[in-house]
Design a protein around this ligand. Sequence first.
Ligand SMILES: *Cc1c(COP(=O)(O)O)cnc(C)c1O
Length: 488
Amino acid sequence: MTEPTIYELSSPGRVGVKFPMPDVPLMDMPQELLREELPLPELAEVDVVRHFTALSRMNYSVDSDMYPLGSCTMKYNPKINEETARLPGFANTHPLQPENTIQGNLALMYDLQESLKEISGFKGVCLEPAAGAQGELVGVMMIRAYHRAHGEDQRIKMLIPDSAHGTNPASSAMSGFEVVPVPSDAKGNVDLTALKAICDNSVAGLMLTNPNTLGLFDENVLEVIRIVHEAGGLVYGDGANLNALLGIARPGDLGFDVMHFNLHKTFSTPHGGGGPGSGPVGAAAKLIDFLPNPIVDIIEEATDQMPPLFGFVRPKHSIGRVKAFYGQFGMMVRALTYIRMHGADGLRNIAEYAVLNANYLLAKIKGAYSLPYDRVCMHEFVVEGCWADAPEVHALDVAKRLMDYKFHPPTNYFPLIVHEALMIEPTETESKQTLDRFADALLAIAREAHEQPELLHSAPHDTPVSRMDELKAAKDLVLCCWFSEEKE
Ligand SMILES: *Cc1c(COP(=O)(O)O)cnc(C)c1O
């Protein structure tokens, strides 16, 4: 018996749809639109449904089980977000519609800007950037524009702690800054002595991920910010992941000058395959005039008879437009829904549960996995996926074996300052039962690493594809099998 395949299902002459007779004259299809090398599959409706259902079952998502991908904040995406985003007034507007016909949409954007200002303590917010990394690029461009406006063109260095997210040095380098790494101290905080030694009038700023990628809150954050400010630099906060801070601490109050938010992490809009992302940027008073264009503002205050009139405005020294139109509007609807569904107390609750869940999980596995910085963690933590008495086993083996236990692997080999890193973020939306199941899987794998290491080396065992040759995938990239076969 041959295995049923999920591809190559086409059978000549089979049809899945019957089009009604057109009410216009019949025409032949233009020949140049019909390409022989791209034959359309011929299938019945039920075959198409089964094909896509089979594919979807091979996928892993937050809707299938826990997704502990550290730094990525794979929290549940509430379904009510989808309902509001699909309301016809939001879903059917066109980005080129005149402002007086989209007052509801502008009111929503204004409301979201105000909510993010309140949550973060910043004076201004621009919703335009389409991802966290784009928000970072915007932030460092604003820092550069600020120094130029103050005649300080010699500030060419961006300081990046070695516990920062990888996008921070990339964004700095992309906007032309010289990236200068700052080491961490033995507790996982920024090394203050090293920082002081680097700070001079060539420093444009510092980008701080706090909590950092070790999942630790920098205990000296106020001192770090003071040192950089004293040297005339500005401080960028990487706020992709505000899950530990919501309702508890506000980066604007701590002294950060500019920061991005990831709506697709903290504020529950879908990401991964379900994107797109959205990375609004918040700025302190001295930087608001440099925010991208446009921002939504009240053009005419409300009167007894009329609601306020909203419109787009351009900040005085704006670095300009950074994306077509106004950003990812559908994500703004979802994020504001999330914020409104929770309210102030609910948002604080999210942070408390995110931190509690991470610490609960850490406490359960701490005896079996070594913890390089033994402190209370924030929304995530990093352990080592290796053992001195099981030298053949690596973090990658642990990650792959978790798939046999039906869990998505955690982020691995990041941050770079931890040997064989496994970076785990459970998020606030997992129940105690799920956290226990996940901890049990990790504990079982730690035992297997010592008793049956071959089980880990050959994992995963029952996934649609087994372990990939990651080196070959990078060195011998094949993006389209059809055409490359033809060429050979
Ligand atoms: C995810 C993340 C980013 C980048 O965000 P993208 O939307 O993926 O570009 C930056 N910093 C931190 C700390 C992150 O977790």
